[in-house]
Design a protein around this ligand. Sequence first.
Ligand code: AMP
Length: 274
Amino acid sequence: MLITTTTKELKKALKTSTKIGFVPTMGALHQGHLSLIEKSKDDNDLTVCSIFVNPTQFNNPIDFEKYPKSIENDIYLLEKMDCDIVFIPTIKTVYPKGLTKKEYDFKGLDVVMEGKFRPGHFDGVAEVVLRFFDLIKPQKAYFGEKDFQQLQIIRLITRQFKPSIQIIGMPTLRESSGLAMSSRNKRLNEEELIQASFIYKIVQNIKQKNLDDFQKMTFLIENEFSKTKMELEYVSVCEEATLQEAKYRKLNEKYRIFIAVFLNSVRLIDNFEV
Ligand code: AMP
């Protein structure tokens, strides 16, 4: 496995490859990330994983500073997966002209949820992903449904700016407790991990009621969260395609419940098909 921090070395290593799969990450890798690597390995001749904690997508400097890092273990896991290249650039390499951020038109996909509560977040995500696409020129790139709004936004900007790249969405991997795997879980202690598993448990419980009235559904979920130690930032049922909030179920339309919570200072997100 080539481990490189420079674009020169990266480009040289990519020169002869025809089918390149790309998995962008922020490190602190877990099985969820590795499932994307595995899929890319199956689909392509060469897999590139990037590890880069992108400052421009953090609107909270403490969140950026405290983002978990475990680079040695990440490299160990990627070696074990037989990943071909891991690209670990510095901030200066990704942003040689400084931390500038463009504003993108996400056609309304960003006005809700993460876009609403983390202003500018998706501009930062789009910028860094497009920079990596330019550099790596993959045929396919892999993203998790864990960040479903991000996945839809990446699909949109790829159609707009890099139509030859295929975006592959992959299902969310969960702990046996139901908690979605996340690098941020590394910041939770044992008691908090139990608390956090209630995100899954509460939603599964309410989903069983098969409600078509989504306002009622979110009301019931809010009520359940008020009994926990988690602070609910938002719960919203949205159409998958447009991410617009939906009040009632319509025939032939796909929906997801989206949730963001704070557990002490750690912010967790998740989403579920309904
Ligand atoms: P991150 O390092 O958090 O930026 O995530 C890198 C990629 O892994 C993103 O496309 C995420 O959506 C995906 N990912 C994160 N957690 C999971 C998970 N539990 N299951 C599947 N994919 C995930």
